[in-house]
Design a protein around this ligand. Structure first.
Ligand code: ZN
Length: 244
């Protein structure tokens, strides 16, 4: 018998214990500061070299790339290593699930990754670290080394569409899973909210681990209000012992 598939949707809340604040969420830092929001808005970024210069400076100072995974990221790795089939759908761009030890093929990054850059012209990709090293040595707006095009973080900026392939795969996982755990996300924005709904509609057990109420709490089989650092490991431990 195949073991039931567990899908874990993670949002900013899972990374706050790693020292990464919520940048992108509806009440995130970028949303509260129109000038900062411009630095990560596609139209402004593409249209204005000065915005790009400031955007690279902001990325230099950003703590995301220096952050370490925390106990919640590691608890998910433990569950995967115990043989439970699982997939992580993440709204985060910090790469901490993989850094904690989850195989990259198990992680679907809905908003891309801040650990890479991509050329807006030829779509060549490379490490963010290398681009930031170029900024460090005086290139204020480092162009693509392949074609000279405008380089950007490989994240989905405001004003950009999510990758339809990634989104399609996320929906398929939400439909197929038997357990759907939403952790550290308010489930107020798409696609996160939609994915929880799809999973619920297709009969998954819906678990919500979040400090604040979400619009799906009424539909959830279990709502865990405890801090993620204790609530998630406890729940996952319970889940894996259910299956033995
Ligand atoms: Zn290029």
């Amino acid at each position: 018998m195949t073991k039931p598939l567990v899908a874990i949707l993670s949002g900013a809340g899972i990374s706050t214990d790693s020292g990464i604040p919520d940048y992108r969420g509806p009440n995130g830092l970028w949303r509260r500061d129109p000038e900062a929001e411009k630095l990560v808005t596609y139209e402004y970024y593409m249209g204005d070299p000065e915005i790009r210069r400031r955007s690279w400076q902001m990325r230099r100072e950003n703590r995301t790339l220096k952050a370490e995974p925390n106990v919640a990221h590691r608890a998910i790795v433990d569950l995967e290593r115990s043989g439970v089939p699982l997939r992580v759908l993440t709204q985060n761009v910090d790469g901490l699930h993989q850094l904690a030890g989850l195989p990259a093929r198990k992680v679907l990054e809905l908003h891309g990754t801040a650990r890479e850059v991509v050329c807006t012209n030829c779509h060549a990709r490379g490490p963010m670290e290398d681009a930031l090293a170029r900024v460090e040595t005086g290139e204020e707006d480092p162009p693509c080394l392949e074609c000279g095009g405008i380089l950007k973080s490989a994240t989905v900026m405001f004003g950009e569409r999510l990758d339809p392939m990634v989104l399609g795969e996320a929906v398929a996982i939400a439909k197929a899973c038997q357990v759907f755990i939403a952790v550290g996300t308010t489930l107020q924005v798409q696609p996160a909210a939609g994915l929880a709904g799809v999973a619920g509609d297709h009969g998954a057990r819906l678990i919500i681990v979040n400090a604040e109420p979400t619009p799906y709490d009424d539909r959830a089989d279990e709502v865990i209000r405890e801090p993620i650092g204790t609530g998630l490991p406890e729940f996952l431990h319970r889940l894996s012992s259910e299956r033995t």
